[in-house]
Design a protein around this ligand. Structure first.
Ligand code: SF4
Length: 389
């Protein structure tokens, strides 16, 4: 890492000489018995870069004012810890602490809204306090918001492919409800199949409501609200899965309303962001080369897009989602299962002899953290990296 962590005025760039070298070599580097391959596109996306820069700008421009983050700025523990070390307080989330200091912002304070956006309730609360709001919401997140507002206006229910407790989806649900609309959230194709079964009357609406997670249906949702559905997706979901879900729901609607114009009952819009799509396409391309023995995906465990990158590789070879070098040892790697969300210790994870390892990183993962993870893997393999720093 090129940054001076002890300089309170220096912002961290999170860049890495090693990663720059690998990028310049078209994503290929050999270190003894280990060949490292990286996806063509990985790591910090434009929206994350922008949000992080806005916090640094706020710190630099207002050194004398208390600065708060509503919650994690992005889903990467290191970046959030860095801001915390600079005196930023978190209103909620894993970085909020009860240290005897203030728990809520005051009128003269500054509050930063994360890249995921904020709920309507939180925005109104902050406006009521009268504090200064710095809104880092990624413009890509605005796209599903605008589309869902259109659905509400047209009397359609918004079907969201997303994670019901993810901040972005939470904010979308809040917006829809505040405008008098309805939503239903499905996390994957299985949950979407329950919606399709209900449309086809194969299961009752009560059974659907029982199966879905808490908060997946807007308040007062009834069976009739499934008659007109319009889709959006959380910007970081798996694009291929979204397409499958849309095809499944369209087919169910076509069966149920065979005599009607389908657009009276079903509309769709892919709201996956460009960066997520690029990162996923890049991993698909790397997988399709057929040269990898395993893959290491680096990113925060709350990160939806990192989880989905892991899912791409997991169908083909061992694919390990780790949050950094600390969980990698010579005999064991501790990683997060992308399907169950549980943590797994895998022994003998690194094959003997020559090995080709794919690496990628989620949109909120600093290059420096990916570099440290690569260096750790090389060390475990008995190899080392010499990089001009
Ligand atoms: S992953 Fe996409 S939506 Fe999220 S911050 Fe990055 S560019 Fe924006």
């Amino acid at each position: 890492m090129t940054d001076a962590y002890d300089n309170p005025f220096e912002r961290y760039t999170y860049k890495s000489d090693l990663i720059e070298q690998i990028r310049a070599a078209d994503g290929r580097a050999s270190f003894g018995r280990v060949t490292v391959r990286t996806a063509r596109s990985f790591g910090f996306c434009w929206g994350v870069d922008r949000a992080v820069a806005m916090v640094w700008d706020t710190l630099a421009e207002h050194p004398d004012r208390p600065i708060w983050l509503l919650d994690q700025i992005i889903h990467n523990p290191r970046v959030n810890a860095d801001f915390k070390s600079k005196g930023v307080r978190f209103i909620r989330g894993p970085f909020a602490v009860d240290d005897g200091g203030p728990r809520e912002p005051q009128r003269d304070d500054i509050v930063v809204i994360p890249a995921f956006s904020a709920t309507v309730e939180d925005t109104r609360w902050l406006q009521g306090i009268g504090c200064t709001i710095v809104d880092t919401t990624c413009p890509w997140v605005i796209k599903p918001h605008k589309r869902s507002q259109r659905y509400v206006k047209d009397g359609f229910t918004t079907l969201i492919h997303g994670l019901v407790h993810h901040e972005e989806t939470h904010a979308s649900c809040s917006l829809i409800a505040s405008e008098g609309g309805r939503f239903i959230v499905v996390a994957d194709r299985e949950q979407a199949s329950w919606v399709c079964d209900t449309i086809r009357s194969s299961i009752t609406f009560e059974e659907l409501a029982r199966r879905l997670p808490d908060d997946a249906l807007s308040s007062g949702f009834a069976e009739e609200h499934l008659h007109q559905l319009g889709t959006i997706n959380q910007t970081t979901m798996l694009a291929a899965e979204t397409r499958q879900i849309e095809a499944d729901v369209r087919a169910a609607m076509s069966e149920r309303y065979a005599d009607d114009d389908i657009t009276d009952h079903f509309r769709e819009l892919n709201t996956i962001c460009g960066a997520t799509q690029d990162n996923q396409d890049s991993v698909v391309a790397l997988v399709e080369e057929g040269v990898l023995d395993l893959m290491v995906v680096v990113g925060g465990y709350d990160s939806s897009n990192t989880r989905n990158l892991t899912r791409v590789g997991a169908d083909h070879f061992p694919s390990y989602h780790v949050d950094g070098p600390g969980v990698i040892a010579s005999d064991t790697i501790r990683h997060r299962c992308p399907e169950k969300g549980t943590f797994v210790d895998t022994n003998d994870w690194l094959p003997a002899g020559d090995v080709v390892i794919g690496f990628t990183a989620g949109a909120s993962t600093p290059d420096a953290l990916l570099a440290e993870t690569i260096e750790r893997v090389l060390s475990v393999a008995g190899e080392s990296v010499e990089v001009a720093r």
